[in-house]
Design a protein around this ligand. Structure first.
Ligand SMILES: [Zn+2]
Length: 118
């Protein structure tokens, strides 16, 4: 005997009022969110995602239908994206102390080893 599918034709989780966060058990509320997903092709951002957001820890939960839609988008062609953005990338990895770059008061970045103006 196979399990009956429970999510067909349902866009929202049932009994939405008492959905609790599976991590911290706080209440969740319906919201429309923007989410970023790390994929094998890099970061992808999806806007206007219907979700339930935990009021305790902020975790976002998606219905099965939404999850399917997200998966289709993330598996699909990036060329279909509304737009592309450049994002700044930082690191907290330790640098060698000789390779530090000094930010000067005027905002210019000086590269050690290049012209020494003193
Ligand atoms: Zn939570």
């Amino acid at each position: 005997m196979t399990e009956a599918p429970t999510s067909d034709n349902q866009n929202c989780p049932p009994a939405g009022a008492d959905m609790r966060c599976e991590y911290c058990h706080a209440d969740t509320r319906e919201a429309v969110v923007q989410s970023a997903f790390w994929t094998e092709r890099g970061w992808m951002i999806v806007q206007e995602v219907p979700a339930r957001v935990c009021e305790g820890c902020g975790e976002q939960f998606y219905s099965e239908a939404t999850t399917r839609q997200l998966q289709e988008l993330l598996d699909g062609s990036p060329a279909k994206a509304k737009r592309h953005v450049l994002v700044p990338v930082f690191s907290l990895a330790r640098k060698s102390h000789t390779a530090t770059r000094k930010m000067q008061r005027d905002g210019r970045v000086r590269f050690p080893g290049s012209s020494k103006t003193a």
